[in-house]
Ligand binder design. Structure first.
Ligand code: GLV
Ligand code: MN
Ligand code: MN
Length: 421
């Protein structure tokens, strides 16, 4: 007899933890928060979550890039079933993005402990460093290093948008841990996350069984021209980086429209120097975020953007430098784990649909080393990376229950080793 089938998480406990964590770096007058990676606010959030992990009797390790992994022992000393996500936020973050996946993990551990259940395998709950990439690119930095996708020395040397460097910032906040990277390979990984888009809400579906993540291409462009007087310089004699940046931003929109769904394109950060009303800028620095579920189309988008950038800058007499901030190909999750999430949601009585993720997630990195999938819950009005991000308590509860039972099932399932050759 399955003695765990009746188990359900406690939504009030989960909501309390979400609120307590959101109080750190709270954005006044909103429900959201700002805890950019490796800032004082990130440190305070980390300290709180680590204290909760210890209160639950979990053993906590911190690795060299500041990823935190907490383990609840199982019946056997085998590789754990891991869940988790991130607790850093963008500057205009909501309280659910990332935080839900980590705190739901703690809620699952508390539910099991309260019921006196020891799972067959250990359960690990992780939060990975700098998932957002908003201060230090690339995004998913901690999980990328965790799976061996970037060497630790390269990661520690990354400079942020404010000139700070990852290594010294990790030391400063006390999270330059000793655990080695790449880290322990889990038996399987499942990440619960808010959808951050409109699909589930529009279709009135409670659970997304996420079958993959679209490819991400981030480029930082710096255009340099000739700074001059805005009143005296005739238009045909200008070398105006501001104009080139603006033309590129408009081009990114028309490029996405032209390639059609699911291509998306965003110019999210623009900085002019000297940024004054009556001065033709000396330089413009801006970022381009292009994403698609299809790698070939994403490459076409990149090529067409670069062609437009160089042609436009040259015609304006400006020079261009580009820097790749992040480049990840689309990821397909393990079909067996995606199906398990789907079946678990159905068994619990929730409507469910298989769907890709538009946002980047730590799960896409873990998928490189172990069977992985994600659970999505609806986002009201599809809003995220916005303090107004909101998911109804009943949906949070549904998502956490699906995570609980998916993880319990994973503690008893064995996966075939990939065969050589
Ligand atoms: C990161 O989380 C992203 O999708 O931008
Ligand atoms: Mn996230
Ligand atoms: Mn995010």
């Amino acid at each position: 007899m399955d003695t765990t089938a009746h188990l359900r998480i406690d939504i009030d406990r989960l909501q309390h933890r979400l609120a307590d964590l959101a109080a750190i770096g709270a954005i006044e007058g909103t429900e959201g928060c700002a805890r950019l990676a490796f800032t004082d606010e990130d440190k305070a959030g980390r300290d709180l979550v680590v204290a909760w992990m210890r209160d639950l009797g979990m053993s906590v390790t911190v690795d060299r890039i500041g990823n935190v992994v907490a383990v609840m022992p199982g019946e056997t000393e085998t590789a754990p079933v891991m869940c988790g996500s991130h607790i850093d936020t963008v500057r205009t973050g909501g309280r659910y993005d990332g935080n839900l996946g980590v705190l739901a993990g703690l809620e699952i551990v508390e539910t099991l402990k309260t019921a006196g259940i020891t799972p067959e395998r250990p359960i690990a709950v992780a939060f990975f460093s700098d998932e957002e990439g908003a201060r230090f690119a690339p995004d998913m930095l901690g999980s990328l290093v965790y799976v061996g996708g970037m060497g630790i020395e390269e990661a520690l040397d990354i400079e942020g948008i404010d000139g700070a460097v990852v290594g010294p910032e990790l030391e400063r906040i006390g999270y330059a841990g000793a655990a080695p990277v790449p880290g322990l390979v889990p038996h399987a990984f499942v990440e619960l996350h808010v959808e951050q888009g409109p699909v589930l809400e529009v279709e009135d579906i409670t659970i997304g069984a996420v079958d993959g993540v679209q490819g991400i291409s981030w480029t930082e462009v710096t255009v340099t021209g000739q700074s001059n007087h805005a009143g005296t310089t005739p238009m045909h004699l200008r070398k105006d980086p501001g104009y080139v940046a603006a033309a590129c931003a408009a081009f990114v929109r028309s490029l996405a429209d032209d390639l059609g769904h699911p291509q998306v394109g965003t110019v999210g950060r623009v900085e002019f120097a000297p940024n004054l009303v009556n001065v033709v800028p000396a330089s413009a620095t801006f970022t381009v975020d292009l994403r698609n579920t299809d790698e070939a189309t994403l490459q076409i988008a990149e090529e067409r953007f670069h062609e437009f950038l160089h042609t436009t800058a040259e015609a304006e007499g400006c020079s261009v430098e580009t820097r790749t901030l992040a480049r990840f190909e689309p990821v397909i999750f393990d079909p067996a784990v995606v199906q398990l999430v789907t079946d678990t949601a159905t068994e619990l009585g929730y409507s469910v649909k298989q769907m890709p993720s538009g946002a980047g997630h730590d799960a896409q990195m873990l998928a490189r080393v172990c069977p992985t999938a994600m659970v999505f819950t609806p986002s009201v009005d599809g809003l995220s990376h916005n303090p107004a991000e909101y998911t109804a308590p009943a949906d949070l509860e549904a998502g956490a229950n699906v995570l609980l039972h998916t993880m319990l099932a994973l503690t008893t399932i064995s996966f075939e080793e990939p065969s050589d050759g």
